[in-house]
Design a binder for this molecule. Structure first.
Ligand code: SF4
Length: 475
């Protein structure tokens, strides 16, 4: 097996990276906590919140209705932001968005920016673009800051440094400090707080994503538990918010519904600690806030997805709940997926954004157990979407092995022909079913061997159900 530093790179070979992840002792120890903490909190949050079912349904309906008139809601959002003195920019893809942001920053002479956690800026690789433009980006979410120091990528939607353990974090922060820091969580947090306060005070601009953008008021909504998003918005003189176009919601009255389901799904909290509503540049009578306010609306394939059969993937509010309950994610972690988004929703989004054939293993990185859909606050039918992607993939020329194609062809023909089905099941029980006393096939031949590489395959029964049924005298 070739090895790769998959914690840093995107577009790597999924099978290699996931095999490496499975034998990475540190990673496995980190992942052991996912089920016991985040998944448990999420489950308990739903169980102890009687209104969760109708609220989740309502949140889903709002997303559905908003996407049905997305262009209209974006127009309203644009008008509302401009009315409050902000600027709106449309970015067709990630390069466009990076160019828009770097142009704004360069024209203001910005040299250093603070960022609050944003998966959208990860998606467009904004930090690379900023550094290439000579602008220093500083992540201010503690997990993101640690990940930035490690030169890796986030491995979870809401817990970006989940893959790192305390000794590694201690080492990274000590190196950053230029001295060995006391090795307690409190001391390490205290160091990061001091370090980042200085960054807030000296930054030329603040860059955020957005959890939601309210069309009727032009409000950018930021949710965090550390308060860093609020400081990113209020301290620097220039604020740029970058968000996918699907983040728009029509009205301020819709917001409490999403706040309630998002916090419970993400961390099991009733509400996140900080909910910041950014409403354009500072007004003359306001004490804090930026002088300039820009909103960059990113498409990057979203309008294409909107018109396709997997439109529902745009309902995602990036809570991470589906990752926490996924048996695949809980074994291989986020980096192995190779894209910005990992876990079950990443297995859908990455092929959609980055091409299916470039990510052919991702739709198969699921047991289709349905835990993701059950945990999702907007009940996205992720298993169904993964099956659709598998179907699309198998229709690509050359994607399916000839033996697999023959096997599926034979299965499809037998399902359409009762006589053929009866004959094949008779043949299977009389041959393989009778010579295998254990009832399990340990090794399938030739190109089918992959099925039995890591598990046994159930052999056909020794007797067909229909034979048993008639032997028992049933009609
Ligand atoms: S698919 Fe659902 S559970 Fe997964 S991150 Fe998105 S909103 Fe959360």
């Amino acid at each position: 097996m070739s090895t790769t530093d998959f914690t840093r790179q995107t577009h790597h070979e999924f099978l290699t990276a996931s095999s490496q992840a499975l034998v990475d002792a540190n990673l496995q120890l980190s992942l052991a906590n996912v089920g016991d903490t985040l998944a448990k909190r999420n489950r308990e949050a739903w169980e102890t919140f009687p209104q969760s079912a109708p609220l989740r349904e309502l949140a889903r309906q709002i997303k559905d209705a908003t996407l049905a008139d997305l262009a209209g809601h974006l127009e309203t959002l644009e008008a509302s932001v401009r009315e409050r003195g902000g600027e709106v920019h449309y970015a067709g893809d990630g390069d466009d968005a990076c160019r828009i942001v770097t142009d704004i920053l360069r024209s203001r002479g910005a040299k250093r920016v603070v960022k609050s956690k944003s998966m959208t800026t990860e998606e467009i690789h904004l930090n690379d673009a900023l550094e290439a433009a000579g602008i220093e980006p500083i992540e201010t979410d503690l997990g993101e800051y640690i990940v930035q120091l490690s030169k890796q990528r986030p491995s979870h939607l809401v817990a970006p440094a989940l893959h790192l353990r305390m000794p590694e974090i201690h080492q990274l922060l000590s190196t950053d400090a230029g001295e060995t820091l006391p090795n307690t969580p409190e001391d390490l947090c205290a160091y990061a707080r001091t370090r980042l306060r200085d960054a807030f005070a000296t930054a030329d601009a603040g860059i955020t994503g957005a959890n939601f953008a309210v069309a009727e008021t032009g409000t950018i909504v930021l949710i965090s538990n550390e308060g860093n998003a609020r400081l990113t918005v209020t301290m620097p003189k220039l604020h740029i918010a970058i968000l996918g176009i699907e983040k728009v919601i029509p009205k301020l009255a819709d917001l409490p519904i999403f706040l309630k389901v998002l916090a419970r799904a993400a961390t099991g909290q009733k509400l996140s600690i900080y909910t910041t509503l950014a409403n354009g540049p500072r007004k003359p009578d306001e004490l804090e806030g930026p002088d300039e306010f820009h909103v960059v609306l990113l498409d990057n394939g979203r309008t294409r997805i909107l018109e396709g059969p997997l439109r529902e993937s745009l309902f995602c509010i990036r809570c991470g709940a589906c990752l926490n309950v996924c048996p695949i994610y809980r074994n291989i972690g986020g980096h192995a997926y190779g894209g910005t988004y990992s876990g079950p929703i990443g297995a859908v989004l990455t092929p959609l954004y980055d091409g299916l054939t470039n990510n052919r293993h991702l739709p198969h990185a699921s047991s289709l157990c349905g835990a993701c859909q059950a945990a999702c606050p907007v009940k996205i039918a992720i298993p169904e979407m993964l099956i659709q992607l598998r179907d699309q993939l198998h229709k690509e020329p050359g994607e399916m092995h000839w033996a697999e194609a023959q096997a599926y062809g034979l299965w499809a023909r037998s399902m359409r022909s009762p006589r053929l089905y009866r004959f094949l099941t008779w043949l299977a029980t009389r041959t393989v079913g009778r010579v295998l006393p254990s009832g399990w096939l340990k090794k399938l031949p030739g190109p089918l061997h992959g099925w039995t590489k890591n598990r046994d395959f159930p052999a056909p029964a020794r007797e067909r159900f229909r034979d048993w049924w008639s032997r028992e005298g049933m009609e």
